[in-house]
Design a protein around this ligand. Structure first.
Ligand code: PEP
Ligand code: MN
Length: 337
């Protein structure tokens, strides 16, 4: 942290800041210029509130030097983290596609979708048992029954299961079936849930809050990691902007920014980002071209009959086409699928 004093600040104010730094157990480093004095604060500033200095007399501004996130930061862990799930590596050279319906709706629907994912060479399958819905009157998932069917999909097709948890008490039961537990956009800052996921042994797919910054996403990852679970997969799923032609706006910049800031794998969800099935292919290709480690794709055997997110769910045919298209882009950027 650097404390910049106003020009021609009386020495007593400068001394008061220096005393405060010492009092906090940190080391001050004073550079007195002709116009102004700058005080460097040496030591871990993460626990410090900027306002401690900001409020002091003579202080013009306080600048943080260290990033507020630590365990997720590439500064301390330069190589990419690769998360291995049921034999599939996430964050390695090969990109991954997690496909499946938004919600588990029936045994038949689930198995049709699983068969499509399996036959297209997929290894990771998603389906929601507990659905966070804007309206309490919408379909909110089949809960435990859906988990039982997901366990069947796993046993029969050998697909790894990704499914969402909405509260800490769901984690033990969901972890019995899920290979990856998903934390959705609305829960990105549910700190009790993040803490509980951090105590779980399952990798966590953490979706970016629709109104959260990249730094806030990383701070949420930090909650999980600081509880001992370092297997965090980040997912950009569109943020809210003034644009109305799409459900959200896919923040493509999040990919290079996250790849620079963190060693964690970065996935993209073009389904929730666009809200429209017909835009999913283009956004998928763009995501992989930008350097994403994989995609989360909503696919439904009969999108027009879906109980949730039908408009953005692609058909099995479109899913197969998407995989071929993404494979070409992956090859063009030196990756495989
Ligand atoms: C989902 O993955 O179906 C979902 C609810 O996503 P999000 O939390 O990004 O809205
Ligand atoms: Mn959905």
């Amino acid at each position: 942290m650097i404390v910049i004093m106003r020009s021609r600040t009386p020495q007593e104010h400068i001394q008061a800041v220096v005393d405060k730094v010492n009092q906090l157990g940190l080391k001050p480093h004073i550079s007195a210029g002709e116009e102004t004095t700058i005080i460097g604060v040496i030591g871990d500033e993460r626990r410090l509130d900027v306002s401690v200095f900001d409020m002091m007399e003579g202080v013009e501004r306080v600048v943080r030097v260290l990033k507020p996130f630590k365990l997720s930061s590439r500064d301390f862990h330069p190589e990419n983290t690769v998360i291995q799930v049921n034999g599939t590596k996430i964050g390695a050279d090969s990109v991954v596609i997690i496909g499946g319906p938004c919600s588990v709706e029936s045994h038949e629907q689930l198995f049709e979708a699983a068969r499509v994912v399996k036959e297209s060479g997929g290894t990771l399958f998603r389906g929601g048992a507990y659905k966070p819905r804007t309206s309490p009157y919408s379909f909110r998932g089949l809960g435990e029954k859906a988990l039982t069917w997901l366990a069947e999909v796993k046993a029969i097709y050998g697909l790894a299961i990704v499914t969402e948890v909405m509260s800490p008490d769901q984690i033990p039961m969901v972890s019995g079936v899920a290979d990856i537990i998903q934390i959705g956009t609305r829960n990105m800052q549910n700190y009790a849930l993040l803490d509980a996921a951090g105590r779980s042994e399952r990798p966590v797919l953490l979706k970016r809050g629709m109104m959260s910054t990249i730094e806030e996403l990383l701070m949420s990852a930090e909650y999980i990691m600081s509880n001992g679970n370092e297997q965090v997969i980040l997912c950009e799923r569109g943020i809210r902007t003034f644009e109305t032609t799409t459900r959200n706006t896919l923040d493509i910049s999040a990919v290079p920014v996250l790849k620079e800031l963190t060693h964690l794998p970065v996935l993209m969800d073009p389904s929730h980002a666009s809200g429209r099935a017909r835009y999913v292919n283009a956004l998928s290709r763009a995501s992989i071209a930008a350097g994403a480690d994989g995609l989360l794709i909503e696919m439904h055997p009969h999108p027009e009959q879906a109980l949730s997110d039908g408009a953005q769910s692609i058909s099995p045919e479109a899913y197969t086409t998407l995989i071929g298209d993404v494979r070409q882009v992956a090859a063009a950027v030196g990756r495989t699928l």
